[in-house]
Design a protein around this ligand. Structure first.
Ligand code: RIB
Ligand code: CA
Length: 271
């Protein structure tokens, strides 16, 4: 099978940056057509600039990076990996629904069956633009939700960070710096080592066998006073037809082995 045509929509962001490096290192599996930036972790001008920095760090200055996705980039069906709020994707669907003919599947970091992170009820990427999330979840495209239930299992423990640092390459050293910066902010608040939310999307595309999940109906809470942006997941199939595959478990050792193996590739000038 040839490399999968892939577009990554992201808001780098530390874990987005690590996800981009993982994807860029995976040249056999991905034909990375481009990266689009969305406002999220920081404003759009910064997420675009950060995406360019990561691309340059990875030695891929020719890789297209766009602020927002103004038009379909390709004709052949692509996989779309979303690592930030779903604003760009929803807007593209609303402006030109036929764009979906070119999208084979969407794999989105966002939501949770359980606890939120930005509020008690909601995860950041969905909370940031719940109406956009609603459009995407109702679009009828095969959709995989990579939510906090699974990403909180992929935590960067000190031992895992040390293993990455020992690779000694500029991208690996940069990843450790990001994880330590990000970890200092998250560990005190959430009481666990920093989770690699966005890299889970890329790892799922590379090695789906590391993950377990179930098909279920997911509704986006648009109006709740305390629950806006919550992904209401019908785990027990009580409501309508499933609209997403929701990942629930990751083999976290396998995930970090994959990440470390791929970061090694930057030892050569071109992965
Ligand atoms: O809730 C996790 C998401 O928000 C990730 O995409 C991460 O980049 C954070 O900003
Ligand atoms: Ca992100």
């Amino acid at each position: 099978m040839g490399a999968r045509p892939l577009i990554i929509d992201c808001d780098p962001g530390q874990d987005d940056a690590i996800a981009l490096l993982l994807a860029i290192a995976s040249t056999k599996e991905f034909d990375l057509l481009g990266v689009t930036a969305v406002a999220g972790n920081v404003p759009l001008a910064k997420t675009e600039a950060n995406a360019r920095r990561v691309r340059d760090l990875a030695g891929r200055p020719e890789l297209p990076v766009y602020a927002g996705c103004p038009r379909p980039m390709v004709r052949a069906p692509v996989t779309l990996a979303t690592l930030g709020p779903l604003t760009n994707v929803a807007l593209a669907i609303i402006k030109n629904p036929s764009i979906l003919d070119n999208v084979a599947e969407i794999v989105a970091m966002g939501g949770a069956i359980g606890l939120g992170n930005v509020t008690a009820a909601a995860e950041f990427n969905i909370y940031a633009d719940p109406h956009a999330a609603h459009v995407v979840f109702e679009a009828g495209v095969p959709l995989t939700m990579v939510g906090l239930d699974v990403t909180r299992q992929a935590t960067a423990t000190p031992a895992r960070i040390d293993a990455i640092r020992s690779l000694g390459t500029p991208p690996a050293v940069a990843v450790c710096g990001m994880l330590e910066f990000y970890g200092a902010r998250t560990t005190a608040k959430y009481r666990h080592d920093p989770p690699l939310h966005d890299p889970c999307v890329i790892a799922y595309l590379l090695k789906p066998e590391l993950f377990e999940g179930r098909d279920m109906r997911v509704e986006i809470e648009l109006a709740g006073e305390h629950s806006q942006g919550r992904t209401v997941c019908d785990v027990y199939g009580r409501s309508g037809t499933p609209n997403a595959r929701v990942l629930e478990h990751v083999n976290s050792d396998g995930f970090f082995t994959l990440l470390t193996e791929r970061l090694v590739r930057f030892k050569a000038s071109t992965p």
